[in-house]
Design a protein around this ligand. Structure first.
Ligand SMILES: *[C@@H]1O[C@H](CO)[C@@H](O)[C@H](O)[C@H]1NC(C)=O
Ligand SMILES: *[C@@H]1O[C@H](CO)[C@@H](O)[C@H](O)[C@H]1NC(C)=O
Ligand SMILES: *[C@@H]1O[C@H](CO)[C@@H](O)[C@H](O)[C@H]1NC(C)=O
Length: 275
């Protein structure tokens, strides 16, 4: 066997190992979080945003699910709104579920639409608390850092007055642009269906401002996918399971780092042979 031949085999082997075993689906990192609730049709509610079972469910003015995913966003004269049930809820003292508009550096929407992520908060006020969120929306307005804009009613408003239009109320009940309502009492002014998620911000979430978090992709819990109707085709390839009652943390997740070491070693050998 000639040296170049062996080199080619090793090279192909290392490419195989690095691409197959350190797959992009297991993305993780650090992120900042913000808040939003604009009542607009979520960005992941359009067809073909990613390979998924269906786009994120949208609703009409009366909060009934829309079957037409071509319906335009209410933030641009259309009939499609964010569904009220895509708001956060408490599982227990250290865990909540919810939805988010996200941005992951170096990627575009098809990478995250309907993917689920575990956020382990790292800032003082939320230490030891985690959230499992499904990406229902996209946060392209800041692209320098990983960001999860957590969907919470009354958490933030924008210049689109879609919430006022959806519920036939003054836009001011949703608070001020950039920060939303200012106290838990103000949540009582929101439409009934949105009050629980508004109060969540002031109790479980401790009204934290821009809390930071470590994030990693996890397989989506059915509690989230049954609300959006959306599951990604690549969800089965994700190594990490979200925290649940069961003791399933870490076993499969350990495969990737170890494999990437093997991949790197093969790469180095191939490199040496290339000299
Ligand atoms: C509200 O949304 C805007 C636009 O995305 C963002 O710049 C701002 O930081 C948000 N405010 C909070 C408190 O998250
Ligand atoms: C977080 O958990 C650690 C270890 O269990 C504990 O020592 C610490 O007091 C907790 N911090 C908060 C803010 O609950
Ligand atoms: C909250 O629930 C998760 C998932 O079942 C569990 O791992 C965690 O220990 C629970 N925390 C508390 C404080 O009960």
């Amino acid at each position: 066997m000639t040296l170049p031949y062996l080199r080619n085999i090793l090279f192909l082997f290392s490419v195989f190992l690095t691409s197959v075993l350190t797959s992009d689906v297991d993305v993780s990192g650090t992120a900042v979080t913000t808040r939003f609730w604009d009542c607009c049709k979520p960005s992941c509610s359009w067809k073909a945003k990613a390979d998924f079972t269906q786009p994120v469910q949208t609703c009409d003015k009366d909060q009934q699910p829309l079957t037409d995913f071509n319906a335009g966003t209410a933030c641009n004269g259309g009939d499609a709104y964010q569904c009220s049930n895509q708001q956060p809820w408490v599982v227990n003292d250290t865990l909540s579920y919810g939805f988010a508009g996200i941005y992951i550096t170096g990627h575009v929407e098809d990478f995250w639409c309907c993917a689920c992520y575990q956020l382990d908060f790292t800032s003082d006020d939320l230490k030891n608390k985690s959230m499992i969120v499904q990406a229902s929306n996209t946060a392209y307005d800041i692209t320098t850092t990983n960001r999860f804009s957590l969907a919470m009613p009354g958490g933030n408003t924008t210049t689109h007055d879609a919430c006022a239009e959806q519920f036939g109320v003054q836009q001011s009940v949703f608070g001020t642009d950039g920060s939303g309502v200012s106290s838990i009492d103000d949540c009582g002014n929101l439409p009934e269906s949105l009050q629980a998620g508004c109060r969540w911000r002031f109790d479980w979430f401790k009204d934290a401002l821009y809390p930071s978090a470590n994030f990693k992709r996890v397989t989506c819990p059915t509690e989230l996918t049954q609300i959006t109707g959306c599951t990604r085709d690549d969800d089965k390839k994700v190594s990490s399971q979200p925290i649940t009652g069961g003791d399933n943390k870490g076993s499969a997740a350990n495969v990737s780092p170890a494999s990437s070491v093997v991949g790197s070693v093969a790469m180095i050998i191939a490199g040496l042979l290339a000299v």
